[in-house]
Design a protein around this ligand. Structure first.
Ligand code: AMP
Ligand code: ZN
Ligand code: FE
Ligand code: FE
Length: 300
């Protein structure tokens, strides 16, 4: 008889994914599907960061709770500073904050108007796409270029999403419409006002490193060092920048489901130590806002 004891199960290193999209913006998964994928990838923590909306967060929070995954409510805001486009990730957002609600509604209206403008441009190019088709396909308050691209593919005007972007939707292409962008400093202030922490998304994609010192001086809390499109060298480079500016480190796959081929979830692993530090910073901030009970109340 084999008396060798079975190996003691050792949990492997734990990871988080703090940059994810659902069909509440331009992803293809429901919050429940996304949480399920996270569980299958063995994620310990997830954050939902849909573009300009927090609508998917309550459902995702519930799904994650059932699966034993820690969850952060978030959103990704398109911002600019000194002419550079950059994306600001807001974490721990209070969805009931009136200023956040007003601003998200405004960004969503801008997105909806922009769909009409992009379709008008396509129509001038003799592509008879209708805005109603795009809105029906998007079926959300925060539609974007990928929805126009998918509609172009679905109606046979383009062979693929890449072709739709390359021919029409990319910057400097004929149906590209620039979008109003909040200033990055205002985006950080808005996130803070809603009780959250702000991180600069995928700095390696925006090539706007020169604005990082100004953002850090304006209260930026973190920087997304780990991202699906960052090379190992880029991750290392931004880890050094984070250390230099005393910024928290965040990271995530930026998974959009099947929007751009294979789902990216599971492919970018943020070690949970960074999630813990983010959580600790949030808890310290939140407790500093909660007035302590007066000593007199304790002793009387
Ligand atoms: P928008 O916020 O409407 O400007 O759209 C931005 C979204 O389009 C982001 O999720 C990008 O990842 C996505 N996107 C940008 N370029 C492409 C591309 N060439 N193919 C597919 N998706 C793209
Ligand atoms: Zn997106
Ligand atoms: Fe982004
Ligand atoms: Fe994103």
């Amino acid at each position: 008889m084999n008396m060798t004891p079975p190996p003691i199960p050792r949990p492997g290193p734990a990871f988080a994914d703090l940059h994810l999209h659902t069909l509440f913006s331009d992803g293809t998964f429901t919050p429940e599907e996304l949480a399920g994928h996270g569980a299958r990838c063995g994620l310990a923590a997830m954050a939902l960061t849909d573009h300009d909306t927090v609508e998917g967060c309550p459902r995702m929070a519930l799904a994650c709770r059932h699966l034993g995954i820690q969850f952060i409510s978030g959103a990704e805001l398109t911002a600019e500073l000194d002419g550079c486009e950059l994306h600001v990730l807001g974490y721990f957002l209070d969805a009931d904050n009136p200023q956040l609600q007003t601003n998200l509604k405004k960004f969503q209206t801008v997105r909806q108007n922009r769909i009409h403008e992009m379709v008008a441009r396509l129509n001038r190019l003799k592509i008879p796409l209708r805005a109603e088709s795009v809105f029906a396909l998007a079926n959300c308050h925060s539609p974007g270029r990928p929805h126009v691209g998918r509609a172009l593919v679905q109606e046979g005007f383009c062979g693929s999403l890449d072709e739709a972007f390359d021919r029409f939707l990319k910057k400097n292409r004929p149906a590209y419409v620039p979008k109003f962008k909040i200033s990055a400093l205002e985006a950080i202030a808005l996130v803070h006002h809603a009780g959250g922490l702000a991180s600069m998304a995928h700095p390696g994609l925006n090539r706007s490193d020169e604005v990082i010192p100004a953002l850090a001086a304006s209260g930026l809390d973190g920087i997304e060092c780990f991202h699906s499109k960052h090379t190992a060298a880029m991750t290392q480079y931004y880890l050094e920048i984070a250390a230099r500016h005393h910024l928290l480190v965040t990271g995530g796959s930026d998974c959009h489901g099947y929007s751009k081929g294979k789902p990216l979830i599971g492919g970018c692993k943020l070690p949970v130590i960074y999630y813990d530090r983010l959580m600790q910073r949030y808890q310290a901030k939140a407790s500093s806002r909660t007035p302590l009970p007066a000593l007199a109340a304790k002793t009387s």
